[in-house]
Design a protein around this ligand. Structure first.
Ligand code: 3PG
Length: 209
């Protein structure tokens, strides 16, 4: 099976990794992120509000691609799909997640950190993966090394990717997207300053070439 077309057709190649702190933040935070210009949302399951945020974003913003991040196990996988997630992203991958994907092949990026992880993804029919934590693992030079060995695989690096480096990474043909939590700084989110959050995100998109 192949998820290539879904991830190659994302409306944006830079995606925010979003963690919604609580239920009260679901609507104003998602509204601010979309108003700031994001069309792809990776909403993590790190908080219980994550599933509610996925459902809300799907309903309120049908023009956006809404996915779940931090999908750690088959229960997460099912809950995210049930909440309406159109794609799923994991920081790594387990046999049980590969089995969940085989049983219900929603577009999914398993996380890889080394060549063995990549071999396992390929063995399971996947040729698009998350590379995490990207900077700790060697950044762009590491991905270029893997591209030589796995020329048909493409990557979504996250973890320490700087906003100002996004364009440079995306210029590489083996990188189909990059992700980061820089879109949603903790100080603005914790203060519930949604206007400032929207402005912060709009500033990134204004500078993004
Ligand atoms: C992720 O889940 O992909 C990372 O937490 C995002 O990494 P960052 O916080 O370094 O952007």
């Amino acid at each position: 099976m192949n998820t290539t077309s879904f991830f190659n057709e994302l409306p944006q190649q830079v995606m925010p990794v979003i963690t919604v702190p609580n239920d009260d933040a679901v609507k104003p935070m998602i509204d601010a992120i979309v108003a700031g210009g994001c069309k792809v949302l990776e909403i993590t399951l790190r908080t219980p509000a994550g599933l509610k945020a996925i459902s809300y974003a799907r309903e309120a913003y049908p023009e956006c691609a809404v996915g779940a991040g931090s999908v750690l196990n088959p229960d997460h996988y099912k809950a995210a799909v049930d909440a309406g997630a159109q794609f799923l992203i994991s920081p790594g991958a387990t046999d049980s997640l590969y089995a969940a994907h085989k049983a219900n092949p929603v577009p999914w990026l398993p996380g890889v950190a080394n060549a063995s992880d990549l071999m396992k993804a390929v063995e399971n029919g996947l040729d698009q993966v998350k590379f995490f934590p990207a900077m700790t693992l060697g950044g762009l030079p590491a991905i270029k090394n893997y591209a030589g060995v796995f020329p048909h695989v493409s990557f979504c690096p996250t973890g320490g990717v700087k906003p100002e480096a996004a364009s440079e990474w995306l210029a590489e043909k083996m990188i189909f997207a990059v992700g980061g939590s820089w879109f949603t700084p903790a100080d603005l989110v914790n203060a519930g300053d949604w206007k400032a959050l929207e402005a912060h995100i709009a500033k990134f998109w204004a500078s993004f070439k």
